[in-house]
Design a protein around this ligand. Structure first.
Ligand SMILES: [Zn+2]
Ligand SMILES: [Zn+2]
Length: 262
């Protein structure tokens, strides 16, 4: 009896949050209409198609540029081709692509995309990734995304990575496929060491629709690449069937901690 009541209340709460999400989206669309305003600060801009942000924000943007690891795309201070971490540990993906560093206005914007349901941002994010990958796009046949558990997706009302992958598929004319599901929640990764992280993650995901990725060159999309551990785990599963796996995200979250492996 008590359980039924709790379930009913959760449903009620869900409806209410979905209502507010729609409400916020409606005002967002009015305040930040597609193709007029800077996606970071809302100032009017001249040519949204060319650059969806204003000159002031352009100065604040931290791009992922300079010498970067050819595998994980993390900035490296020296002239090395592959970073120390990728040299020590073999990645399951071929290459990572991340146009920005996860800080400042990019971080705020991505948080707002996810937490405040600002779905319209996905289009611009996808474009950033598309331009960043550039010529290399010819190396992919199909796009997929990092899944969420059903429960989490319902709570948030959308999967930010899936929406991003859908927009990327539209721009690139590639097919999108759902080849992964998340069957259990990942525990907090921060406090775990590398081996614990791997173990923690490996049981969370499972492959579905393997025929769709059979012998394909797959691009796996997530919003932020914080732990290459997640990308590694998902890529490993996909690579059992696919010809190759590369990964892409809007921003690279550089953790300061030495223990990370990410
Ligand atoms: Zn701006
Ligand atoms: Zn690397």
């Amino acid at each position: 009896m008590k359980m039924a009541k709790t379930a009913k209340n959760t449903k009620k709460y869900q409806k209410l949050t979905n209502f507010w999400a729609k409400f916020v989206n409606f005002f967002d669309a009015m305040l930040f209409p597609d193709n007029i305003k800077c996606i970071f600060c809302g100032r009017d801009i001249n040519n949204f198609e060319e650059q969806p942000y204003c000159e002031k924000c352009a100065k604040k943007l931290v791009k992922n540029d300079g010498n970067r690891c050819r595998i994980c795309d993390e900035k490296i201070g020296n002239e090395a081709i592959i970073c120390d971490r990728c040299q020590k540990q073999k990645r399951s993906f071929k290459r990572a692509y991340c146009p920005f560093i996860y800080e400042g206005i990019v971080r705020q914007s991505l948080l707002s995309y996810k937490m405040n349901n600002r779905r319209y941002l996905a289009k611009s994010y996808a474009k950033f990734i598309y331009n960043y990958i550039g010529e290399d796009f010819k190396n992919f046949d199909v796009i997929t995304f990092v899944p969420m558990t059903k429960k989490k997706e319902k709570e948030r009302s959308f999967n930010q990575s899936k929406l991003l992958a859908e927009e990327l598929a539209k721009i690139s004319n590639l097919k999108i496929c759902k080849c992964l599901i998340k069957i259990s929640e990942t525990k907090e990764q921060k406090k775990l060491n590398f081996n614990e992280r791997k173990k923690n993650l490996s049981n969370c995901f499972r492959i579905v629709n393997e025929k769709e990725i059979d012998d394909m060159r797959v691009l796996l999309v997530d919003d932020i690449i914080t732990t290459c551990a997640t990308m590694d785990t998902c890529s490993k599963l996909i690579a059992k069937y696919a010809k190759s796996v590369s990964v892409a995200g809007v921003a690279r979250n550089i953790l300061k901690d030495e223990n990370k492996d990410d």
